[in-house]
Design a protein around this ligand. Structure first.
Ligand code: ZN
Length: 231
């Protein structure tokens, strides 16, 4: 059975009202990456960082999955082989759209992580500076999101999946953040067919066999329909 591995980025959630990062007006134009998305930034100004993620957590909780999220859940349900969804997004919209077993390589806004002992728990809506760890008691609670300079999660699993992929799709990713930007090369080495679905070409678009440009809510359902023979 053919295995499909899908990488998704901020572009798939943009139509759900969640901001993308690198586009004009995106989150990174309002905040410096080094201030809100690095361990050093957190150490320097924990109130700014907790406030930034608290706002994003509220925004993500209010967002609704769109047709692209729902189409991938449908593919996962109806495809005769395995469909692995790897996401760079820290929202829960894939799951809200019906997908299961999503690999959140950059963590999730729904989670809290103890910087002291590594314990994980469900984040409160508003995390405080010095949020106490329910396991060790250290005032070291932080968002369970992967910051720049930190190792993404599930990398061994993801590379194992890529090595077995027959089809690899990258959806709504900028192709500027490694290691995710290099997944296409792992998939090519495994002999997979590769397709990029994006609003605009990514930084690694020339690596893909096939490209489809447009809003994710249109390109993704159309691609899924073709795969499932529902054209
Ligand atoms: Zn702890």
């Amino acid at each position: 059975m053919e295995k499909i591995v899908i990488l998704t980025g901020a572009g798939i959630s943009a139509e759900s009202g969640l901001g993308t990062f690198r586009d004009e007006g995106g989150l990174w134009s309002q905040h410096r990456i080094e201030d809100v998305a690095t361990p050093e930034g957190f150490a320097r100004d924990p109130a700014l960082v907790q406030g930034f993620y608290n706002a994003r957590r509220v925004q993500a909780a209010q967002a609704q999955p769109n047709e692209a999220h729902r189409a991938l859940a449908r593919l996962q349900r109806d495809w005769p082989g395995e469909v692995v969804i790897v996401t760079q997004n820290v929202d829960g919209l894939h799951e809200a759209g019906g997908a299961s077993d999503v690999l959140h390589m950059h963590g999730t806004l729904a989670g809290a992580l103890c910087a002291s002992c590594g314990h994980r728990w469900t984040a409160p809506d508003q995390m405080q500076v010095g949020e106490p760890c329910p396991s060790c008691g250290a005032p070291a609670g932080r968002p369970d999101v992967v910051w720049f300079g930190e190792m993404p999660y599930f990398m061994d699993q993801i590379y194992d999946h890529l090595a077995e992929a027959s089809i690899f799709a990258a959806i709504g990713t900028s192709g500027q953040v490694y290691p995710a930007a290099a997944f296409v090369h792992e998939a090519i080495a495994a002999g997979a067919r590769t397709v990029e679905l994006n609003l605009d070409p990514s930084a690694v678009v020339s690596s893909f066999d096939e490209t489809r440009f447009g809003p994710a809510s249109e390109t993704v359902p159309a691609w899924v329909d073709e795969l499932l023979g529902n054209r």
